[in-house]
Structures are given as structure tokens and as C-alpha cells.
Ligand binder design. Sequence first.
Ligand code: SAH
Length: 423
Amino acid sequence: MTIPKAFLKQFRNKRLEQGHPWVYPSEIETIEGDPQGGDVIHIVNHAGHFLAQGFYNPLSQLIIRIVTYSDVEVDENLFFHKIEQAWKRRQWLSEATSCRVVHGEADFLPGLVIDKYEDVLVVQILSLGMEMRRSWIFKALKKIFNQRGIYERSDVSVRRLEGLEERVGFVDEPFDTRVTVHENGLSILVDVAEGQKTGYFLDQRENRAALKPLMTGWGARHGIQVQEEGYPLDAKGKEIKNPFWNGAEVLDCFSHTGSFMLHACHFGAKKVTCLDVSEKAIEMAKANALLNGFLHRTEFVAANAFDFLREQVKDKKTWDIVILDPPAFAKSRKVLKGAIRGYKEINLQGMKLVRNGGILVTASCSYHLSATLFLNMLQEAAQDAHKVLRLIEFRRAGRDHPVLLGSEETDYLKFAIYEVFDR
Ligand code: SAH
């Protein structure tokens, strides 16, 4: 069988050669053969020199998505080896038992996401080429993992761009979709059928761990004095029996499962307020606080963050640490401007709620908002809030979410920890 060929234009940006994983229709000079949607196609340069193989989808703007830079046969065996390699890489780089096993194009499996939550696997299929090879994927997973079940979370609208309907449900036999994930010494209840995305945000595991040193060392700033013997004393000279007297007061905004709250408590926070607009998310966070024995150090508010933050500013409420982990406001480039206004508003109000010398932890998971735009947005917010920000650490997604140089799209997560000073 001869494989169809796509000849790229002679004068084009050498994006493929620079590591970009997609070919756009405008880059193609001509197509030889009669490829159908989802077929494998060879990508060659204008002179017919082989460059890569990919999945073809004439319905999509991403008309070819690169699968391999070699000319091996794209078959079930190749899929098995790719998925196995991806899993080995995760095991090599981390001891996490719950992690992203396959991160789409960055694992040279374009449009395929596989998350492992202990003994449950969640699969998300975002491209036609992958959709047509579903059975290869599931067979490989069953060979490599000893899972309790596989759940599909292809309930994302981008599938439409590939001509695909949304799809959710059990891949084989039904099972209990609730899983207790173990992360950084905590137990976190996740529901792979109900949770956001594939159930949980694995990409911030290392970022959550990075909160550790921030959560203690606040006693003196709260006017607490340590004595040679006996309990510490508060500003009025009263003995403090709370073992978390040196911990931070934290606001975890957009808390969802409460993963930041759990880490904050684990690392010694005195009190954490969780805020989310979704009652369901709040219930989840509460269940997780209970599971880890943190109920007495937590409180929960179901409200819209835009209203809540503004009200707290008006009421002159303050915290030692404010964490902002909003959803992707910019789902497309078209809405970027409005999204930036949203991010700025949240960050501006968030900064105002940080006590002088306290900490702002702020993230954005929207890849349309580049790191540069993110920093600009923060700078404008700081200016308007009359604050000076000093960076402690700027981080990205964890190692199980690799980033391809040459593909900005795979570099979506920004995570910054700042000290905030009054100006
Ligand atoms: N920090 C979370 C992940 C955040 S996901 C974790 O660790 O799991 C984003 C969350 O923001 C979702 O739970 C969603 O319900 C919530 N959300 C979306 N819009 C909101 C709004 N306007 N106000 C408050 N919460 C909102």
C-alpha cells in the first residue's frame, strides 16, 4: 500500500523543522494520493524529501498532526511502544503514583491524553487520527497497566473542530469512579467522572509541593512571642495553645478539589478559607479536608470570586497568603482581551487582600495568555493596587506535562509566587 504524501511549500516558515507538531493547510503545496480523514500521511518537503508522518484530517485547521519523524509503520505496535515509553519516562522522573502518562503532541501522540489516578486510567481523545485508533490505545493500556478501570473523558468542545462528537463513559465494565489519589503525603478524593477536565489537576503537583516553606513563620508577624518555656504569647500576653500558631492564614480561591488548601494545611497553615463558585466543588474540598483531618483549620465559601474578592477588600479583610488558581478565562484568542481583564481584576483584588509582606500565589492555565502577557497583566494589577511585587519563584507545569520547544501550545501553565508590599 502506498502512503499518501503531502508536499510542503518551498517557501514557508520551517516550523516543522523547529519542532512544531502541526501542519496547516496553507503550508501544503499539493497532496499525492487520496488520503481520507484520519489516515497516515507522509510529510515531505517541496523536493520530496521525507520529513515526518502524521494523521491527516481535511476537516481540521490542524490538517496534519505529526506522529513520528521516522518512516516506521504506524501500527498497533508503534502505539504500544509510544505509550510504554511515555510511562517509563514518568517513572524515571518521579515517584508519583498518580500522574499524566501521555500529554498529547509532547509525547508524539497528537490529541491523546492519558491520566493515571492510582489504579484508574482516564483517556481523552482530541483528534480524528486517535479516535480511529481507539482500540490500539485501550489494548496497549491493558497490557501496560494493571488498572481497575478505564474511563473516557472526551467531553471537550475542541473535538468538534476535528469533526467529532463529545464522548464520555466507561471503556469496559463500570467501576467506582471515585479514587483516592496519594500526592505529597496527602490523600485526595477525586471523581474521574465528575471532576473538572479528567478529574483533577495533576499538572500542579510540584507547584503545590513548592508551597511548603511558605506556610510557617508567620507567628512573629501576628505579634506572637515565643517564650523560653511554656506556650507562646499573643500580642495581649495571652497564652496560645493552638499548635499551628506559627502558620499562615490562607485564602484558596478557585479551590475545586481543595488541593492547595490540603497542601497548605499539611505544611502548617493556621487557617485556610476555600472559595469556589460550584457547590459541588466545595463539597469535594470539604470531603478532602475531612479525609485528611483538617476540618478544624478550614472554612468553605460557595461564591463568585469576582464578587467575593471585592467584598473582602471593601470589608478590609486580609490574609497572609492568597492563592488564585482560576479556570482558563481565555479559551480562544478571540476572547483574550476580555480574559486579561478578568485575570487582572482577580489579581488586583487578590493583591489588595494580602497583608504587607505577605504572599500572592497566582496561576493561569490558559495557553493563549503567554508568560509575557501574564507578567504584564500582573504588573498592571500591581500598579493599580499600589503594590510592589517581588518574585520568589516562577514555575510551569510538572515534569509529567512536558513542553516541546517550538510548540507554545504545549506550554500553557504559569505559576508564580510573589511577596507583596504596600506602595
Ligand atoms: N485549584 C483547583 C483547580 C481550579 S479549577 C484545584 O486544585 O483543584 C477552577 C475552579 O474555579 C473550578 O472549581 C470552578 O468551579 C471555579 N470557578 C470558575 N469560575 C469561578 C468564579 N467566577 N468564582 C469562583 N470560582 C469559580
